[in-house]
Structures are given as C-alpha cells and as structure tokens.
Design a binder for this molecule. Structure first.
Ligand code: SAM
Length: 290
C-alpha cells in the first residue's frame, strides 16, 4: 500500500473526492516521505507516546505519526476533509479526528479524555501559516501536559521564535516563546515538497517545554505587557517606548530611579535586552503602573 503522501496517491485522493484547496485555511499538503519521516523523528515518539496533530489535511503526516505513536488525535477545521480522513486513516484505528478549530478547542479536556494512561504527549503538526503564532501561543500559555511541539512553520517566523538577543529577528514573540520553551530550528524545508507550493520558505522547529520558566517574575501578565511595550517602536529607545506605551509620562522620576537601581541603560533598545533583564525591569516597573 502506498503512503497517503505519495504524489500519485495524493492526486488520486483529491480527485476522487473533488477536493479543492482553500488558501484561506493555509492548505498546503506535504507530498515528500523523507520530510514527513524527518518531522516525526524530531518528536522522538515511542510506542507509549500520545500525539496531537493540528490540521491533518488528508492525513499525510498523521499516517507517519500513527506508525510511531500509541495514539494520535488530530484537530481539523475543514469539514470537507472529514470523509476523506475517514477513508485514508482507516488502517490506523488509533488515530482519531476531531472536527474543530484548534483555537476554540478545549485541549486540556481532550487530553484528559483521549490520553488516559499516556504520560508522554507531543504536538506534531504542519501548521496552517495564517494562524501559526496564535496556535503556538495557545498551546504554550494554556500550560498543557505536553513534552513539546514539533511543527512546520514559515521560515521567517521560525527565525524569530529561536532568535537570540541583539539579532534583528529577536522580538517580543521570541521572548514569549522562550519563556515557556527551549526553541530550536531543526530543519529547513523547500517549497517543492508541498501541493500547492506556498509562497514562503518553511522550517521545522522543536519547542521543548521548560519544567520551570527561566526566570521568576511577580506578575506574568505585566511581564508580557512590558515586553510588548518595549518592542512597540523598534527604532525607539527603551525609555521612549516605556513612557509612550505604558503611559508613564507623569512617572519619569520613578522610572529613572528604576533604571539607576537596576543598572540597565534606558537608551538601549528592546531587542538588546535578555529575558533576565526584562524580568528585573518587570518586577521594578510593575508597581509604578498599578
Ligand atoms: N497535515 C497536512 C499535511 O501536512 O499535508 C496538512 C497541513 S496544512 C499546512 C494545514 C491544515 O490545517 C489544513 O488541513 C487546514 O484545513 C487545517 N486548519 C487550518 N486552520 C485550522 C484551525 N484553526 N484549526 C484546525 N485546523 C486548521
């Protein structure tokens, strides 16, 4: 039996069901078995693992995950794909599909219900690019009991997620992600392995969830608000961004005192600060905005 992702099989499946791609749903399907098997290898699944997939499409990646894991649960938004998946995944009874927008789904509840007795859970996905960041942020901020996420995303976003301070890719997203997980780009992927080919280059990243955040802050919500404020206008100094974006213009003296005490230069730009420095500033500036 041929893989679902075999270019000929994919063509036949799409033709048989009269399926047409919806660009608005980020539908670019994988047709290269080497890439699929490499993605799954990056997740280090065992026969005891559970896997969550987002956007199974016609099941190209689901099949490769199902060959390694004890159980796969895939969330698919497009109803037209459900009868197709029922057919293509028939040889894999331990793979099931939930018809849902992942952003609306109660993933905690699904994990409790579907992965009883399974301790090692990974998310593995070729993500729809129009919602990459909200999906990743949802999975991280909801503090799901998962070991990590291996996913294909736009290369440009991958560069930002794994960026180090002082680089041009480093921004509030890099810090937000790195607060919850260790991020690494594990593979670059050419456009030619998808149908239809996307307009952008792709990469696979692996996010390994941290047991503890790298720093401890008094108020996590303010910590993220401070980071967003610091990157508000990229060319502006930290001082100007904080005054403008946190409405601190009548607190200039107190803000100056914070910089004096912490030894952080307010003329620096947000992208040069480390996560630890943001943590120090967050605890010191937090009380000023209350
Ligand atoms: N996994 C398949 C593959 O690799 O060939 C398809 C990947 S395709 C890039 C993205 C998939 O995500 C599509 O099947 C699309 O319908 C689905 N999708 C888009 N938005 C979604 C959402 N908000 N929730 C769940 N699935 C979504």
């Amino acid at each position: 039996m041929k893989d679902i992702s075999n270019p000929q099989s994919t063509k036949e499946i799409l033709k048989k069901h009269g399926f047409t791609f919806k660009k608005s749903l980020g539908q670019n399907f994988l047709i290269d078995r080497n890439i699929l098997s490499n993605i799954v290898a990056q997740a280090n699944l065992t026969e005891e693992s559970g896997a969550i997939e987002i956007g199974p499409g016609i099941g190209a990646l689901t099949e490769f995950i199902a060959r390694e894991a004890k159980k796969v649960v895939a969330f698919e938004i497009d109803q037209r794909l459900l009868p197709i998946l029922k057919e293509t995944l028939a040889p894999y009874p331990h793979a099931s599909v939930i018809h849902s927008d992942i952003l609306e789904a109660d993933v905690h509840e699904v994990i409790t219900r579907e992965f009883q007795g399974i301790e090692d859970i990974m998310v593995v996905a070729n993500l729809p690019y129009y919602v990459t960041t909200p999906i990743i942020m949802k999975l991280l901020t909801e503090k799901l009991p998962i070991r990590g996420i291996v996913c294909m995303i736009q290369k440009e976003v991958a560069d930002r997620l794994a960026a180090k301070p002082g680089t041009k890719e480093y921004n509030s997203l890099s810090i937000a992600i790195q607060y919850y997980a260790e991020a690494e780009t594990v593979m670059k992927v050419p456009k030619t392995v998808f149908v239809p080919a996307p307009n952008v280059d792709s990469a696979v990243i692996r996010l390994t969830i941290r047991k503890e955040p790298p720093i401890s802050v008094k108020d996590e919500t303010f910590f993220f608000a401070l980071i967003r404020a610091s990157f508000g206008q990229r060319r502006k100094t930290l001082w100007n961004n904080l005054i403008n974006n946190l409405n601190l213009s009548n607190q200039k003296e107190a803000l100056q005192a914070v910089f004096d005490t912490t030894g952080i230069d307010p003329k620096r730009r947000g992208e040069t600060l480390t996560i630890e420095e943001f943590g120090i500033l967050s605890d010191a500036i937090g009380p000023l905005v209350k």
